[in-house]
Unconditional design. Structure first.
Length: 410
């Protein structure tokens, strides 16, 4: 029978590895561990390769003995090549050598450096079981939603017989029509003559208008064209930006050049319990800094060391291929803003940077969300960046007025 978890360890750490194995199997997680599961007379290397091919998770009992073991290094390398989730369980306060750090340097660690060891093993079992259950869980079938039939457009029979084909093809109310143009119809010779006369009349009028335009009118037209070419300007704008009363407000010359999202420092790593009873679930939360310990919280708990409270959980299992895209919503207790954490995915933080371009002098500057800034030459008026996204930025004046800054058009 295929196993779920491969336990990699040095023979010097056999007692800890066997204790972990016993706890996992008591929780109905099938384990493969050497030398117990190598059949008598079987090739050791072939047995290792076959076991890694059937498992989903590797638990690495990490110590100085494991770090020095060439067999452990080969097992870890093979696990990453096979796409297994590798979970280091550190039982000794040592750092991995370069050969192991290449693979596990960026992986979340679970430290077991303090007593009692059973408490750390219980956390390990919780995490491993969550991963294996998520990989094998089959979502309950959801009854298909009632599909509302879209009524076909009612077209009068007489109209449908006389209505041009091109009108029907471009009608958005007609479902399934294409946008291809209708075949060109043969035109009568008289139509071409009429079109030629119209074009000739337009050209003649344009030419006469040019000839009747005096030098003063041409000068005014040139001034107007110059105003249109100036960034953010028009014919009535002043060419001196310091003249406040002769132009639109300075903020209208701002454009959002780009936004730079920042990663949210917390990650939703696993959960355990009945998804039909969200209040009974326990969630594992980790910081992007892998050296910080895991936290196990429930709905309504505030995550230690943060201002975020766990609000709700939404199960999003996918049947084909089997995967889990469940979401955990946490709320900033100071601002009331919600952030959705997808299972084992790094979310973007609301505290993004906005890079603005000031069209009057073609300069750019960067502002953090919540930061105050001013726009020269009117430095006495303060603005605050309150939101930024792919469609633009929102800034607020000191008087409380919210202004929208559009994207810079290339």
């Amino acid at each position: 029978m295929p196993s779920d978890v491969f336990i990699s360890h040095s023979l010097n750490d056999k007692a800890t590895a066997e204790a972990v194995c016993a706890k996992l199997e008591a929780a109905r997680v099938r384990c493969w561990i050497a030398p117990r599961d190598i059949r008598p007379g079987a090739d050791w290397a072939e047995s290792i390769i076959a076991a890694l091919g059937s498992c989903k998770v590797m638990v690495l009992i990490f110590s100085s003995h494991a770090d020095a073991s060439s067999q452990v290094r080969r097992e870890v390398q093979r696990a990453f090549e096979r796409g297994l989730t590798v979970m280091p369980f550190r039982i000794e306060d040592v750092s991995p050598s370069a050969s192991l750090e290449y693979y596990i340097g960026s992986v979340h660690w679970l430290d077991a450096l303090t007593n009692p060891m059973e408490r750390h093993i219980d956390k390990l079992v919780f995490l491993v079981k969550s991963l294996t259950d998520a990989a094998t869980r089959v979502p309950e079938p959801v009854p298909p939603a009632e599909v509302q039939k879209i009524p076909e457009p009612q077209i009068d029979q007489r109209e449908s017989e006389t209505r041009p084909l091109q009108h029907k093809l471009n009608d958005p109310n007609v479902i399934g029509t294409s946008k291809k143009a209708a075949p060109k119809q043969r035109q009568r010779p008289g139509i071409f003559a009429l079109v030629a006369l119209v074009i000739a009349g337009i050209v003649a009028g344009w030419w006469l208008g040019i000839e009747r335009t005096g030098p003063e009118a041409k000068k005014q037209a040139a001034i107007a064209n110059a105003g249109e070419e100036r960034p953010g300007g028009n014919a009535s704008d002043s060419t001196v930006p310091q003249e406040k009363n002769s132009q639109p407000p300075y903020w209208t010359h701002l454009r959002l050049e780009r936004s730079i999202p920042q990663p949210f420092r917390l990650i939703f790593n696993a959960y355990d319990g009945d998804v039909q009873k969200p209040d009974s679930l326990e969630f594992q939360i980790n910081a992007i800094d892998v050296h910080q310990p895991s936290q196990f919280v429930k709905i309504g708990d505030v995550i230690n060391g943060t201002k975020f409270k766990v609000m709700r959980f939404e199960y999003k299992g996918v049947l084909n291929p089997p995967s889990d895209a469940s979401e955990l919503t946490v709320q900033n207790t100071e601002t009331g803003e919600d952030i959705i954490l997808k299972l084992q995915k790094i979310a973007d933080c609301r505290d993004a940077y906005a890079v603005f371009r000031y069209l009057w002098n073609n300069t750019e500057f960067r502002v953090t969300k919540g930061q105050q800034f001013s726009i020269p030459p009117e430095t006495s008026l303060q603005y605050r960046l309150i939101d930024v996204g792919p469609g633009g930025a929102a800034i607020k004046t000191s008087a409380g007025q919210v202004l929208m800054v559009p994207l810079l058009q290339n």
